[in-house]
Design a protein around this ligand. Structure first.
Ligand code: PMP
Length: 405
């Protein structure tokens, strides 16, 4: 079996548009994925037929909104194999999910405690811990990477200690495409008694995420990286850990009993979900994971690997391309530099030819500094991309090379 890519493409209305008279080639999927018609329809249907606040009104619309919203939680819980539906906390995305954990951690850490991250972090999974350490007096340790973009596992081992209270790392690097050995890293961190947070922003759409099998305490991800709307995501956490994690925002929905001078908190998931949530977004995320979950994950991965292999092969034969990130285990992300030119200029010329890529520091400034580069151009592939589109990328790059020479 293989993916019926043309049938998939037909479900994404945005992909059939032209840019400057050229068919759009959308290769910026690591920044955000496009949305299939079923997700767009779910949003339109929610606002057309059942818009109401959840968990509140004793009326038909509110009941229906609540039913759809909580069904979405079930779908996400099932998609990541959560043990209990209450372990899925709606957030605005990965960034907020990480901040919830960091905010609680500050209350648990003190001088002498350590937090570990890696050199390949997105700012969301670095600055948040850096600031949490500043606030709590804990020490932040940074695990180095090898030049090819793989994590230095020996250094990971030597930096771990009984003082390590939390270890955070990306499932997949957004800048390099490296897939980290998250089960192995988690097992090592758990052996010293640390909490483990996996930044799943780039991992969620590339394979089977089974949070119980990973063994981590927290898995954070954004809906928009997996065909769902922006502004919605989830923090998954082990029930026992979340249940005693310090509350984040306070207000409506998250309380049990309120007095003027004191309050008590509600049960999970509500205790970590204050205020009116992004109801339509959550419903859209539920639909997106159900839709994506119906695809055969081996087919998804082999299609993505075929796109990546074609891109890496063409890049290796392309005089003047320097690949950034050549780990043995990678998702469909190709970061590169066109020698003698700035990534922003490359991106601009590609855009004129309808090819959308990301350029810049990839929200990973310290990583760019570590690699000694100002930024990269990055093409990232998704299930609806084709081998012909990879060829169009390289046609566009040949043109860019000529123009920038
Ligand atoms: N971590 C990684 C690895 C990412 O790629 C991203 C998004 N680029 C984030 C965190 C932050 O995600 P969001 O902006 O959706 O909160």
């Amino acid at each position: 079996m293989s993916l019926d890519v043309m049938a998939l493409r037909a479900q994404f209305p945005i992909l059939s548009q032209q840019v400057d008279g050229k068919p759009l080639v959308y290769l910026d999927n690591a920044a955000t994925t496009q949305k299939p018609q079923v997700v767009i329809d779910a949003l339109v249907d929610f606002y057309t037929n059942c818009n109401a606040n959840v968990h509140r009104g004793a009326h038909h619309l509110s009941d229906e909104a609540t039913r759809r919203y909580e069904l979405a939680r079930d779908r996400v819980a099932q998609f990541i194999n959560a043990n209990r539906r209450e372990e899925v906390i709606w957030t605005s995305g990965t960034t907020e999910s990480i901040n919830i954990v960091a905010n609680g951690l500050v209350q648990k850490l003190g001088t002498g405690d350590e937090v570990m991250v890696t050199e390949m972090e997105h700012h969301a999974n670095l600055v948040t811990w850096q600031q949490a350490c500043k606030r709590s007096g804990a020490l932040l340790k940074v695990v180095p990477i090898h030049d090819n973009g793989e994590l230095d596992l020996a250094a990971f081992d030597s930096l771990l200690s009984p003082r390590t209270r939390l270890v955070a790392f990306p499932h997949v690097s957004n800048a390099l495409g490296t897939v980290n050995p998250i089960r192995q890293l988690t097992a090592k961190a758990k052996a010293v008694g640390a909490w483990v947070l996996v930044d799943g922003a780039q991992g969620i759409a590339h394979g089977d995420v089974d949070v119980q099998e990973i063994g981590c305490d927290f898995y954070a991800f954004s809906g928009h990286k997996i065909f769902a709307p922006t502004g919605i995501g989830a923090l998954w956490g082990k029930f026992a850990v979340l249940d005693e994690w310090p509350v984040w925002q306070t207000g409506g929905e998250m309380i049990a009993d309120v007095e003027y001078l004191s309050s008590t908190w509600g049960q999970l998931p509500n205790r970590l979900e204050a205020g009116t949530p992004h109801i339509a977004g959550a419903i859209g995320l539920g639909v997106a994971v159900q839709w994506f979950g119906q695809l055969n994950s081996a087919d998804v991965q082999s299609h993505e690997q075929a796109l990546l292999a074609s891109a890496m092969e063409q890049a290796q034969c392309f005089d003047g391309i320097r690949l950034i990130g050549t780990a043995a285990k990678k998702v469909g992300v190709m970061s590169f530099l066109l020698e003698g030119s700035h990534p922003a200029d490359v991106g601009f010329i590609l855009d004129r030819q309808g090819v959308a890529i990301r350029t810049g520091d990839n929200c990973a400034q310290p990583l760019m500094k570590r690699l000694g580069i100002p930024g990269t151009a990055r093409a990232s592939f998704s299930i609806y991309n084709t081998l012909e589109e990879v060829d169009r990328l390289f046609d566009a790059l040949r043109k860019a090379k000529m123009m920038l020479a």
